[in-house]
Write a new protein. Structure first.
Length: 454
């Protein structure tokens, strides 16, 4: 009997699709197919691999609206965000294709001969993608892994498999070898575990919770399997009194409300210098209230629903009844809706201020001086992202060096660009994705010495 999983529209709770759930035996068969396809792919001339990846990018470009609408239905993303995400997949494939012919080794001066290094593909890569950004995060692993000559098996989240399946179909349409890129929907505790534990999967790329990431890391250790982990976050948004407070307050809501707060980089700890605290709250309240929450397919909507009933209940559990807060509004009725919320009386060591809520909830906390700001910013087990607002560029550099996080922005909330490295400190993960070195993370360095002595 074939097991199946229903995909729900989080804005309406209607069933969007039913997909098969891959078993452990299905994963094993997929790895065998992928290994054979990888040998064919790696044997192609680099220019041919690059050309096929560009065709894949062009196929995605021709289907951006279709992919975006699919993302709205399965993930509840706003249509504007979903279009950007589909375009980001295209851009990542294009960028990775440009690296295929530039994946260079080195010539190292040595006595008695010539020494060279070769960068060779690892083999079969397992990518376990999350439900919060199904398309782009899948492509973070998919694009550079393929460009480096590997095969990829993608295990999407149970709630968001549809765009991944469509991307696999587009790869075939573009002419990539059959079975080179496979998508295996299924449960994490079966399909995901089978992928992690398979001895012929050379590397796992996982994005998700720190708790699950630790379990995957332990399983990979049994096989000395390579791993990249992008895990949780509790990112600070540090606002100094000398900042442009109007700009900082206007930008703050979407720094934690994008994708309904279901973002590891969400700036959910708003740290404001005490002398500017009251003024900042005056400016923040109308900015939060103005955020348009509603039908994600509406062009005017800025924030959609949470992904599931489970996630909605989890977020509710972090907000005490009657807590002092700056609040926005959200629809009632069907769908998994929670209003934008900034708690103004939460203790710095309370769960809502220290744990990853993964919803449209932030806390605002005062600080006294630069040292106090850094102390508060670092008072978390996470270290993924953060922002700081100041007109003093010396302070910006000092604080950027002192905050323990992998991705920081000054007078901005930008965290992810496909041209630059992305990854976390502490329990926010291991390794780096994106940027100019992304392809080398999917290669093995081989050293070859050629003797020139008679």
């Amino acid at each position: 009997m074939t097991r199946e999983h229903q995909v729900l529209n989080p804005a309406t709770e209607e069933i969007v699709a039913t997909v098969p759930a891959t078993t452990a035996a299905g994963v094993d068969a997929a790895v065998t197919r992928a290994a054979a396809a990888q040998r064919i792919w790696a044997a192609l001339a680099p220019a041919d691999r690059a050309r096929l990846l560009r065709r894949f990018a062009a196929a995605v470009d021709g289907r951006t609206e279709e992919l975006a609408r699919l993302e709205v239905r399965e993930a509840g993303h706003t249509i504007g965000n979903a279009r950007w995400e589909a375009g980001n997949v295209r851009d990542l494939l294009d960028y990775a294709a440009g690296g295929v012919e530039r994946l260079n080794g080195r010539q190292i001066p040595v006595p008695g001969g010539i020494d060279i290094t070769l960068l060779e593909p690892l083999g079969v890569i397992g990518v376990i993608a999350p439900w919060n950004f199904p398309m782009p995060i899948a492509a973070w692993g998919l694009a550079p892994a393929l460009a480096a000559g590997n095969a990829v098996i993608l295990k999407p989240a149970e709630t968001t498999p549809l765009t991944a399946l469509r991307l696999a179909a587009l790869a075939l349409e573009a002419g990539l070898p059959e079975h080179l890129f496979q998508v295996l929907p299924g449960a994490g505790d079966e399909a995901g575990n089978a992928l992690v534990e398979h001895p012929d999967v050379a590397k796992i790329v996982f994005t998700g919770s720190t708790r699950v990431g630790k379990r995957i890391m332990a399983k990979c250790a049994e096989h000395v399997k390579r791993i990249t982990l992008e895990l949780g976050g509790k990112s600070p948004n540090i606002v100094f009194a000398d900042a442009d407070l109007e700009a900082a307050a206007a930008a703050a809501p979407m720094s934690f409300l994008d994708n309904a707060g279901q973002d590891c980089c969400a700036r959910t700890r708003i740290l404001v210098q005490r002398s500017a605290y009251d003024r900042f709250l005056e400016l923040l309240a109308p900015a939060v209230a103005a955020v348009v929450v509603g039908d994600p397919s509406d062009e005017k909507t800025q924030m959609g629903p949470l992904i599931s009933r489970t996630q909605l209940d989890r977020v509710r559990g972090y907000v005490p009844e009657g807590a002092a807060a700056v609040r926005g509004s959200a629809p009632g009725g069907a769908g998994f809706w929670f209003p934008p919320t900034v708690l103004t009386d939460a203790a710095a060591d309370s769960p809502v201020a220290t744990e990853e809520v993964f919803g449209p909830v932030a806390v605002v906390l005062p600080f006294d001086d630069e040292a106090d700001a850094v102390r508060l910013a670092n008072a978390t087990r996470y270290g993924l992202a953060g922002s700081l607002w100041t007109r003093d560029m010396g302070r910006a550099l000092r604080v950027s060096q002192a905050v323990r996080a992998g991705n920081l922005s000054v007078n901005s909330h930008s965290a992810v660009r496909y041209w630059t490295p992305f990854g976390g400190f502490k329990q926010s993960g291991l390794g780096r994705e994106l940027g100019p070195d992304a392809l080398t993370a999917f290669t093995e360095s081989k050293n070859v010495f050629l003797s020139t002595e008679a």
